[in-house]
Design a protein around this ligand. Structure first.
Ligand code: SF4
Length: 345
């Protein structure tokens, strides 16, 4: 690890449950990970794996019926010390200050970030002025309406928006899908956050635009030295953007490690399934069905290994009874599966 890769966000034993009419639903079950400055951690899993809930907990954007376990820690390291976001009031001033300031967010649907009734420029300027102290700490200078507008134009230009001086006065619906996505990235990065959370930001885009946006995000991440949490269901996207990966299934991390190594030699049967779904240009293999069946409802969480109902390698009597713990494979990789570690067959 280099000095520029210091841990910026550390999540320890995060648990999130939802209080529903049918009972408590455990969406995130004891998840721990670290996001480092200047690096991207990809969190991958199917819908229902808990990946979005885990990252929404970081910005405290969970629905009102969500409960974060008392023992959970969400530690964000700032220049002036460490803050445990899990312990802050969700609607408090401190969380609002972190959200959009220290932590930027990009979603699949840009309209989740933009209001349709204000221009792109108005919304960017509002964010810049609201977080002007944070921004001044990050890049220096002071911001009033005029300098905030100039900064917003520079950010729009930086994300490749042509005619930024004209576009800044347009409404979100006046931009194409790709341009709206660029505007959302400009909005999220206009306050120069130290952590960027990107939740399926390219899923709705066609492949060419998706590749452009991923390249842009990587460029900006290097330029601004941010840590990035990139959430997706697509292992192909992870391969393009993330140095490290955590694979989630039914609220737990089942495998983690440097992306290249996990892709070259996946250890967990679920990771193998996700990779088997990718088309291979070298072999001409077409898209395959990764793993049979669907992810179970968190209301009917299976006993033992959460993946045993779909696992081609399950060992009856063991996998359906005992929850596998995290087994280190080497200094950087670990897997939660009974095929590894003490007592493995
Ligand atoms: Fe499959 Fe058993 Fe490993 Fe779970 S613990 S992934 S069921 S082999």
């Amino acid at each position: 690890m280099t000095a520029s890769e210091r841990p910026l966000l550390e999540i320890r034993e995060l648990g999130v449950s939802f209080d529903t009419d049918e009972g408590m639903v455990r969406a995130v079950d004891g998840v721990s990970f670290v996001a480092r400055q200047g690096r991207t951690l990809g969190i991958v899993g199917e819908s229902g794996s808990g990946k979005s809930v885990a990252t929404k907990a970081v910005i405290r954007l969970l629905p009102a019926n969500a409960r974060i376990d008392p023992g959970s820690a969400i530690l964000l390291r700032r220049d002036d010390g460490e803050v445990d976001i899990a312990g802050l009031p969700a609607k408090g001033r401190e969380v609002r200050r972190l959200r959009g300031g220290d932590i930027g967010m990009i979603f699949q649907e840009p309209m989740a970030s933009f209001s349709p009734v204000y221009t792109i420029g108005n919304q960017m300027m509002e964010a810049i002025l609201e977080h002007r102290d944070h921004l001044a700490r990050r890049i220096g200078g002071s911001f009033d309406r005029k300098t905030a507008r100039e900064h917003a134009i520079r950010m729009l230009e930086r994300v490749g928006m042509s005619n930024a001086r004209l576009r800044i006065d347009q409404y979100p619906h006046e931009l194409s899908g790709g341009m709206r996505q660029r505007a959302m990235i400009a909005l999220a990065l206009s306050t120069h956050p130290s952590l960027l959370i990107a939740d399926e930001p390219t899923t709705a885009l066609d492949v060419t635009i998706q590749a452009q946006i991923l390249d842009l995000m990587l460029e900006l991440q290097q330029e601004l030295g941010m840590a990035m949490l990139f959430i997706t269901h697509d292992m192909g996207v992870i391969a393009q953007i993330a140095e490290d990966v955590a694979v989630m299934y039914l609220g737990r991390i089942v495998e983690r490690g440097p992306t290249r190594e996990v892709i070259r030699e996946p250890a967990h049967p679920y990771t193998r399934g996700l990779l088997a779904a990718l088309p291979r240009l070298d072999t001409g293999r077409r898209r395959l069905t990764p793993v049979p069946g669907d992810i179970p409802s968190p209301l009917q969480r299976p006993a033992g290994c959460p993946f045993h109902t779909r696992c081609p390698q399950r060992m009856p009597g063991l996998c359906d009874r005992l929850v596998p713990g995290d087994t280190p494979l080497d200094a950087t990789r670990s897997v939660a599966c009974h095929l590894y570690g003490e007592g493995a067959p």
